[in-house]
Write a protein that binds this ligand. Structure first.
Ligand code: NDP
Ligand code: OXD
Length: 308
């Protein structure tokens, strides 16, 4: 039995990290992997669609990230194979730090000062305070719950929204589509950390974004297809929203001619909110490889029914 790594961005750091955990692993690198019938476990990120048909004995596909939408998009994804994702404290911590940085940048309007600096303009301005804004987090799972906790520690008033009700998070968590409008109407800074599913695709559109209070700010670190970019730009132009920070886009890399690049009230980052650290996640991947071999239940398995 062997493992294949399929990653257009490179496989070396992954091979070293896995070998560090177990030097005896048989690891092959796509596309130079021969004897594909020997592969039972694949570790992948944005694989070429249809490729899994070439691996007749594949039993488990592990995403190289928290999200699995890149796998579910493949029309030829075999449905008898287990799919797992990564749950990692560093992914959650890095996301919490990034979201905090974006929120503080917004509260202090640092972008506006940068523009004034370029023009040598000395012009003090009022700013928003941590205790006076309410942050609403869409998706309080492995990552969103950590983001919420860290923001609370900084003094923010935080609320959440999830598919199912939760009591244990130490904050008000709204749940389901019924409570979504109420959640939005109580949110000054909206942070989406949702997985992409048929239910969350396009969830941030003109109708929902209009329910946010005037001057609300939007942060999307979930997936680009969750937000209708044209609706967002329109609501910012009309003055309903004060701006947005986007890390994820319906098309990545964001095409050069996309208007989002040039929008003065939108910050763009290239999907770097939280990057998987191979060394940190290697133990759980190796653990799942052994669980698969021994027929034991896998960690962090995708529910095909829920889509995340
Ligand atoms: P989890 O599966 O742990 O959490 C998902 C959360 O979203 C849960 O709270 C879940 O609700 C909620 N949710 C899912 N569907 C719905 C819905 N229809 N309505 C309301 N709530 C919903 O995922 P993670 O926290 O690990 O990761 C979340 C996403 O973050 C990833 O899928 C990925 O897209 C994104 N991400 C982005 C990164 C970046 O660099 N930009 C890096 C890492 C992740 P419930 O708790 O009830 O199940
Ligand atoms: C992930 C991501 O899903 O990097 O891990 O977006």
């Amino acid at each position: 039995m062997a493992i294949v790594i399929i990653n257009p961005k490179g496989v070396e750091p992954w091979i070293s990290a896995l070998k560090e955990v177990d030097s005896g692993l048989d690891i092959r690198a796509f596309p130079n992997d021969s004897n594909r019938e020997e592969i039972s476990f694949a570790l992948t990120w944005r694989h070429p669609y249809g490729i899994f048909k070439d691996y007749p004995n594949l039993k488990c596909i592990s995403s190289m990230g928290a999200g699995v939408d890149h796998l579910l998009r493949d029309p030829d994804l075999p449905n008898n194979i287990s799919i797992t994702r990564l749950v990692d404290p560093y992914l959650a911590q890095d996301m919490a730090e990034f979201v905090l940085a974006l929120i503080m940048n917004h509260l202090r309007d640092l972008n506006a000062f940068k523009i004034k600096q370029i023009e040598s303009i000395w012009k003090p301005a009022e700013y928003l305070r941590v205790k006076n804004v309410k942050v609403g987090i869409m998706g309080v799972g492995a990552i969103g719950a950590k983001v919420a906790t860290e923001l609370q520690k900084t003094g923010f008033n935080v609320i959440g929204w999830a598919r199912t009700a939760k009591e244990e998070l130490g904050m008000k968590v709204y749940s389901g589509t019924k409570e979504f409008p109420d959640f939005l109407s109580h949110t000054d800074i909206l942070v989406s950390i949702l997985p992409l599913t048929p239910e969350t695709k396009g969830i941030l559109n003109k109708k929902s974004l209009q329910l946010l209070p005037k001057n609300a700010f939007v942060i999307n670190v979930g997936r680009g297809e969750q937000i209708i970019e044209e609706d967002l730009m329109q609501l910012i132009s009309e003055g309903h929203l004060s701006g947005a920070s986007l890390d994820v886009f319906s098309e990545e890399p964001l095409p050069k001619n996309n208007r989002l690049w040039r929008h003065p009230r939108i910050n763009i980052t290239p999907h770097i909110a939280s990057l998987t650290n191979p060394t940190s996640v290697a133990p759980q991947i190796v653990e799942n490889y052994y669980r698969m071999k021994e027929g034991k239940p896998l960690l962090n398995i995708l529910s095909r029914e829920k889509g995340y």
